[in-house]
Design a protein. Structure first.
Length: 279
């Protein structure tokens, strides 16, 4: 058997992680058709069907799932070998809103590591106000945060984040009681959006828990204390989306903005990989 094309293996890993040939192509800086061709050649070489293709999704086959771990190791080893003699290390300090971070953070960090093994990532997860202050003081190179209501800050719309109502599995509201809410307090934009929607729908609510960040609010929801409005990606195990079953008003998708003044290719590529991984 001929040696495997590492670029094709990397395309396979990205397509599997992002569940999209188009997104994988964006990360690799190529076209969807080029990625598709690389993967078909890899499958022909291996004599295995690695991916199941549908009009909307790309899913791993059983053989693709078995190959994925080894493919990751191959790509990682190749990238480390390629960077063995690079002396320049690049520090990239990134701030991410604590409303956006959930259990997928390890995979996000792995993708950045795989993309640029010589990158020193310094990540801060906090509230938007704290992150923007740190950015303006030069402590952070880039920030991913929800679009502020005043829209005065100049940033790039990176993606749209879906939010909904989450509660513990099996949780049921008490009859004739206000909906118990876990929020980040009065300064939180998502809280404002949520209570406006409830008030407009004529649904009574009561704030019973206040915490900072999706992890804390998710814990309150998973513990059965309250209902929390969370980004769908950040909802923890043990919670379910109850919006439709309880006829709660939908939460409009929220724009996530990328704020950065960096313009060098290496940093821009790393940030592109990060934002694509969130989509």
């Amino acid at each position: 058997m001929k040696a495997m094309d590492v670029d094709a293996v990397k395309a396979f890993v990205l397509a599997a992680d992002l569940q999209s040939f188009t997104r994988a192509a964006d990360v690799l800086g190529t076209t969807q058709s080029a990625v598709s061709l690389k993967l078909r050649r890899l499958e022909d070489q291996l004599g295995r069907r690695l991916l199941e293709r549908t009009p909307r999704h790309v899913r791993l086959s059983a053989e693709g799932l078995a190959f994925l771990g080894m493919a990751r190791e191959l790509v990682s080893t190749h990238d480390r070998a390629r960077a063995a003699f690079e002396v320049e290390r690049r520090r990239l300090a990134i701030g991410i809103s604590h409303l956006l971070v959930g259990g997928e953070l390890p995979s996000l960090l792995r993708r950045m590591r795989d993309h640029d093994p010589g990158l020193l990532v310094e990540m801060r997860v906090a509230g938007t106000r704290e992150l923007m202050q740190a950015y303006e003081q030069g402590e952070l190179d880039a920030v991913l945060a929800l679009r502020p209501e005043d829209r005065r800050k100049q940033g790039l719309a990176a993606f749209s984040e879906a939010f909904s109502w989450f509660a513990a599995v099996g949780w049921q509201p008490h009859a004739n009681h206000p909906l118990p809410l876990a929020t980040q307090g009065v300064s939180c934009r998502i809280r404002t959006v949520a209570i406006r929607a409830l008030d407009k729908a004529g649904i009574e609510w009561n704030e019973v828990f206040v915490g900072k960040g999706a992890a804390i609010l998710g814990a309150a929801a998973a513990g059965g204390l309250a209902v929390a409005v969370l980004a769908q990606r950040a909802a923890p195990s043990g919670t379910v989306d109850i919006g439709e079953s309880l006829s709660l008003p939908p939460i409009p998708p929220q724009d996530v903005m990328l704020y950065t003044a960096l313009n060098d290719r290496r940093s821009r590529e790393a940030l592109r990989v990060l934002t694509l991984a969130f989509r």
